[in-house]
Design a protein around this ligand. Structure first.
Ligand code: AHR
Length: 512
């Protein structure tokens, strides 16, 4: 029996809804044909955008969507994606060598903002600072945000079908500037940032600028960047962090040892949050900037997703996919990916005071995705259900959870050394008089009996229980069996005792 206390009088911070955000890039099958199917498609669509995907995102109240990359952003010229579609140029995609595709620019600023509006999400744009000038970025901001009828670019936007401004609030100043985004050192990037940001800051209305941050366990980057930025700290409202927890074994046929190793790798995000936050605080920026974890998730080897069977399913390859075989980085998602997502989101809740936004990579047909889609086929993954079951944390006050989470210790291996992970992952929040508690059982063999002690909170007699479970940790949804993994919901008496099945997650919602 694990005994956890939820401290009603120990509020961490408000959980920004944006912690439950998404990331989309022009790569593989994310846009063509994950999100965009075209207006003439037999796939139900709204102005060319896949209708079912929009509805599913509305159902989980997706708060923010990052675009257009990723590395793709670093050679993207926004001007290629405006105006009549038939006149838009086809370009080399940053990912061309790995992806074998060209970028047709069918989805550009207008289509993406339309997508966000249909979903009800805020757009978050990543600006290209590798190959566009500060002036070109200022123009994009002007095009997007200037009031109707004011500037020449606002009038051009109107001519292209959008009189009212798009109101894009969040702007990333580059992406992975230590790698695909310019291959810079921290100091170099910081000087570039100062230059771009001082121009971008003066765009109207004021934008929130996100500084390109560290990768995974690079502990130097934030220090190198913030040392140079600190004297001009007024122009940063977020410091990004990318945390991919890699892969452990085959995405579908992993062993028990690999299950735990994957979770170990995922839980390391907490160390990355603490270390990067330490630099933010160390430079005295914590009142202005919080962390933006704008790419996170498992990164399994490609080839496990359904696009490998495109032709068997009778799916026409996306028009710009000359190979027609496989979407780059597309991967299947099992219960393991779902539990990684639940444990990661629990950690985000528990560090709510440090995090402004987080966007999982990537939305559809890609890494750690919520959806897989091809032609008329469309399915949700276990990760989607985790976002669904945890959505009531969004905007809630995160509460401290203490107690015994247990320990699962693994043998020392030549490759990794000894490691331990907690048996349970947990977070709690309260919003509008409802307490939400999410528990993930990281054991792949044993159910977890949990006793929840509510301190300074008086619960109602009934609760809602949402459980994501399956008969096998490898369980996943397919086009043939789209509901092999789905959320179970029930209402029942609440006495503080719950049992979370092995390799499963549960959200309990009770009025307090
Ligand atoms: O998500 C795929 C890629 O991972 C992104 O383009 C890049 O930012 C990261 O390296």
């Amino acid at each position: 029996m694990f005994k956890l206390t939820i401290h009603g009088d120990d509020r961490i911070a408000q959980i920004e809804p944006a912690l439950y955000g998404h990331f989309t890039e022009h790569i593989g099958g994310v846009f063509y044909d994950g999100i965009w199917v075209g207006e003439d498609s037999k796939v139900p669509n709204i102005r060319g955008l896949r209708k079912e995907l929009i509805e599913k995102l509305r159902a989980i109240h997706a708060p923010v969507i990052r675009w257009p990359g990723g590395c793709f952003a670093e050679t993207y010229d926004w001007r290629d994606g405006i105006g009549p579609r038939e006149n838009r140029p086809t370009r080399i995609n940053w990912w061309r060598n790995a992806d074998g595709r060209y970028e047709p620019n069918v989805v550009g600023t207008h289509e993406f903002v339309d997508f966000c509006r249909l979903v009800g999400a805020e757009p978050y744009f990543a600006a290209n600072i590798t190959s566009l000038t500060p002036l070109a970025i200022r123009d994009w901001m002007d095009y997007c945000n200037s009031p109707a009828g004011t500037t020449t670019l606002a009038k051009e936007r109107e001519k292209n079908g959008a009189r009212e401004p798009f109101g894009v609030k969040y702007w990333g100043v580059g992406n992975e500037t230590w790698g695909g985004g310019g291959n810079m050192t921290g100091e170099m990037y910081a000087h570039e940032y100062r230059k771009y940001a001082v121009v971008m800051e003066n765009a109207y209305p004021k934008a929130q600028l996100i500084c390109s941050g560290a990768d995974h366990d690079d502990w130097h980057w934030a220090n190198d960047v913030l040392r140079v930025l600190e004297p001009s700290n007024r122009i940063m409202s977020g410091l990004s962090l990318h945390f991919y927890c890699g892969s452990a074994g085959d995405p579908l046929a992993f062993s028990e040892e690999e299950w735990y190793r994957q979770l170990r790798q995922a839980l390391d995000v907490e160390r990355a949050i603490e270390r990067n936050w330490g630099f933010v605080v160390g430079y005295g920026l914590e009142r202005r900037a919080r962390l933006v974890i704008d790419e996170w998730g498992c990164w399994h080897p490609g080839g496990s997703g359904p696009s490998t069977h495109m032709k068997e399913y009778g799916i026409e390859p996306a028009p710009n996919n000359p190979d027609g075989v496989q979407n780059l980085f597309e991967q299947q998602s099992t219960m393991r990916d779902g539990i990684v997502a639940a444990a990661t989101l629990n950690l985000f809740n528990n560090h709510a005071e440090k995090i402004k936004m987080a966007t999982v990579a990537q939305l559809v047909n890609n890494l750690h995705c919520l959806f897989l889609a091809g032609g008329e086929h469309f399915i949700t993954t276990p990760t989607y259900h985790v976002f669904d079951m945890m959505q009531s944390h969004m905007g809630g006050d995160a509460l401290r959870v203490s107690g015994d989470r247990g320990v699962i210790a693994r043998e020392k291996t030549a490759a990794r050394g000894a490691y331990a992970i907690p048996n349970l992952s947990a977070s709690a929040s309260v919003k509008d008089g409802v307490l939400t508690v999410t528990l993930a059982n990281l054991s792949v063999t044993e159910a977890a009996d949990v006793r929840l002690n509510l301190s300074e909170l008086t619960p109602a007699a009934e609760a809602e229980y949402l459980t994501l479970t399956a008969s096998d940790p490898h369980a996943h949804n397919t086009y043939e069996d789209p509901e092999a993994v789905k959320l179970e919901s029930r209402t029942g008496p609440f006495d503080g005792s719950v049992t979370v099945p092995a390799f499963s997650a549960m959200t309990v919602k009770v009025r307090v």
